[in-house]
Design a protein around this ligand. Structure first.
Ligand SMILES: Cc1ncc(COP(=O)(O)O)c(/C=N/[C@H](C(=O)O)[C@@H](O)C(C)C)c1O
Length: 387
């Protein structure tokens, strides 16, 4: 479960049996035709896959490149998180678990986990920081409507890191009857690989679609990076294609120089968080630094270990954009294409705007539109909806 020096399984021994059981199941289902068929049917009939690869004509004209949007915002529940939640729920059922637990920040993963649990008649407990409960109220209501119990987390700075800590603690105490659906390519082995494999459907479809539409591979693929799952999902099928440039975009919040950001890969250094070794925002004596981003989904001090590997190897370029740049990109897509993007996805869009001057008219850029922006109304209202 290692990506070079990154990854591993830095958790209390009491979790080892559950992780080994999960790893066995994950290895088995990779080659189990019935499982793959059931998952494919679910993704198609229940979640709405394949998602379109949409040529954004007016955005392309405005920026001077051929920009395609991979529409993960059109999934059931409104983001890419459902791809992973459905896959892990099927594994949980295979393991005879009756209850799902999950952490969430933006609330999308919480909604996806509650949705999968409802679909399979399982109980669901979602841990969510008190601050995030305030700023993602709509998703909290959706989780409760779907039958999940939302547990407010008041430790730390009341966001994702703390919710994840609580979820892990709860799992250690209830490992027999519940499965922990981790929402990103983070956590102890096998999670970073398993979540990647459930999200790679994004990149597999994109490759097929762009070959059909353009007859060649994209020149650049851009995705935002919180824990890193939507980015890993769209990048991974292209990793061997050297001609495809990959750019991961982190959240620079109020600006890296202010210290209020979540730019883990460029500003962090190697540490251990939530069971895996990876880049991490930490003080000199190894205390996790509380990150900041206007978007809850990117407000995470860690990052998936395979991203750390790709940063060191140079296969992926990691950059960052501020809240303001993301909000501007959010508004731009609304007015140019009639699509309201998630604030997280807006970070990837903002990066394309930054790069526009260096792109040619026929440069093919694919942007992973990881989610829709309904959930972000309260955050963007002061900036975009001034009375
Ligand atoms: C629409 C949308 N786009 C991107 C992200 C960033 O998560 P990754 O794709 O795993 O980097 C997120 C992350 N959302 C998670 C959540 O909803 O709980 C996040 O806060 C954590 C699971 C990491 C998201 O909602």
């Amino acid at each position: 479960g290692y990506f070079g020096p990154y990854g591993g399984r830095y958790v209390p021994e009491t979790l080892f049996p559950a992780l080994e059981e999960l790893d066995r199941a994950y290895q088995e289902v990779r080659t189990d035709g019935d499982f793959q068929e059931e998952l494919k049917l679910l993704l198609n009939k229940y979640s709405g896959r394949p998602t379109p690869l949409y040529y954004a004509e007016r955005l392309s004209d405005a920026l001077g490149a051929k920009i395609y949007l991979k529409r993960e915002d059109l999934n059931h529940t409104g983001a890419h998180k459902i791809n992973n939640a459905l896959g892990q729920a099927l594994i949980a059922r295979r393991l005879g678990k009756k209850r799902i637990i999950a952490e969430t920040g933006a609330g999308q993963h919480g909604v996806a986990s509650a949705t999968a649990a409802a679909r399979f008649g399982m109980e669901c407990t979602v841990f969510m920081g008190e601050l995030d409960i305030e700023r993602q109220r709509m998703n909290v209501d959706r989780m409760r409507l779907l039958g999940a119990e939302v547990v407010p987390v008041s430790s730390g700075n009341k966001t994702l890191k703390d919710a994840t800590n609580e979820a892990i603690r709860h799992w250690v105490a209830h490992v027999e009857d519940c499965h922990y659906i981790i929402g990103s390519v983070v956590g102890p082995h096998p999670y970073p690989s398993m979540v990647r494999d459930f999200q790679r459907i994004i990149g597999d479809e994109t490759k097929e679609q762009i070959m059909a539409d353009e007859g060649r591979l994209p020149d650049v693929v851009v995705a935002c990076v919180g824990g890193g799952s939507n980015a890993m999902g769209i990048f991974y099928p292209f990793v061997e294609d050297d001609s495809v440039r990959m750019i991961g975009v982190e959240a620079a919040g109020h600006g890296v120089e202010t210290g209020e950001h979540a730019v883990t890969l460029s500003e962090g250094r190697v540490g251990v968080l939530h069971g895996s070794r990876s880049y991490l925002l930490q003080t000199d004596d190894g205390q996790v630094i509380e990150p900041y981003s206007l978007s809850a989904g990117l407000d995470y001090p860690g990052v998936g270990p395979q991203h750390s590997f790709f940063k060191d190897s140079g296969r992926v370029e990691y950059v960052s954009v501020t809240d303001d740049q993301a909000v501007a990109a959010y508004g731009e897509l609304c007015s140019l294409e009639g699509i309201i993007p998630a604030l997280e996805s807006s970070h990837a869009l903002a990066q394309v705007s930054v790069m526009a001057p260096e792109l040619d008219e026929d440069t093919i850029v694919v942007v992973n539109l990881s989610g829709r922006g309904d959930k972000d109304m309260d955050s963007v209202r002061p900036f975009l909806l001034k009375e």
